[in-house]
Design a protein around this ligand. Structure first.
Ligand code: ADP
Ligand code: MG
Length: 241
């Protein structure tokens, strides 16, 4: 049973429920890239991303990370705590790939000496531009204290995810998270963690293109997109036990 549609995004639809503190998040097979310039679908992506997010959020909760996840209620739907999403996409990078290579002239695949945290303004009209702490303060997207907490949370989540994906024989290249604020002002990990939002490279394959197991297969038309998503889900489910 679902309530009224609150918001339809590129990958998910949010519905109200009988409880104002709980929302229903429905994962779609729709895929977009390059700020929605490229559109398509990935077979069973909704199921994969819902299952992967459910499992990873439960894993992170056992590590003390507060998340919005409540429970999975169908193959493509989960109940989540309603939060106020900060309009900031927090990206953590362990290896250079994607936009940072273009922006800073780094070689794809270059190991970074230490994890790098970047902030992007979550604004489709502007193309989600990179922003600094000072931009965040100037635009009043979050407080200085929240920015410090965001960085700390992102790095802590990175450590847990790296250890987890290592067990899946996957290298966590980088990932994007969204953070919400609950009624008491506490920061809570929200949205999703999936092959849409992480770069994952298969440790069992040496070829740099063949080993890509995430949305880059869709972005770059590499083929076997749905197969890669299925493989990630299988490994995540197996690693949880
Ligand atoms: P988008 O196209 O904006 O990326 P998605 O298709 O990913 O949207 O749909 C999810 C939307 O719901 C996002 O805008 C995300 O910020 C928001 N969201 C995620 N988790 C929560 C939550 N717990 N409470 C409120 N909004 C949320
Ligand atoms: Mg999204």
């Amino acid at each position: 049973m679902s309530g009224t549609k609150l918001y339809e995004g590129k990958a998910k639809i949010l519905f109200t429920t009988d409880d104002p503190n709980i929302l229903l998040s429905r994962y779609k097979d729709d895929a977009t890239a390059f700020n929605a310039l490229k559109k398509g679908t990935i077979t069973k992506k909704g199921e994969v991303n819902c299952a992967v997010t459910s499992h990873i959020f439960q894993y992170l909760a056992t590590k003390g990370i507060p998340t919005h996840f409540i429970k999975q209620v169908s193959p493509t739907e989960m109940q989540v705590a309603a939060v106020k999403i900060l309009p900031i996409e927090v990206v953590v990078r362990n290896i250079a790939a994607g936009s940072i290579c273009k922006r800073l002239g780094l070689e794809q695949g270059k190991q970074l000496q230490q994890p790098l945290v970047e902030f992007f303004y979550k604004n489709d009209d502007l193309g989600d531009p990179l922003i600094t702490d000072d931009h965040i303060a100037m635009l009043e997207l979050a407080t200085i204290d929240q920015v410090a907490q965001l960085k700390q949370m992102a790095l802590e989540i990175n450590q847990h995810l790296q250890a987890f994906f290592d067990r899946c024989n996957l290298t966590l290249v980088d990932f994007k998270i969204e953070i919400g604020v609950d009624a008491s002002g506490k920061l809570i990990l929200a949205d999703e963690i999936s092959p849409d939002t992480c770069r994952l490279w298969d440790n069992t394959i040496a070829d740099p293109t063949a080993r890509i197991m995430d949305k880059d297969r869709f972005r770059q038309d590499l083929g076997n997109v749905a197969e890669a998503y299925q493989e990630v889900m299988q490994r995540v489910l197996a690693a949880i036990g």
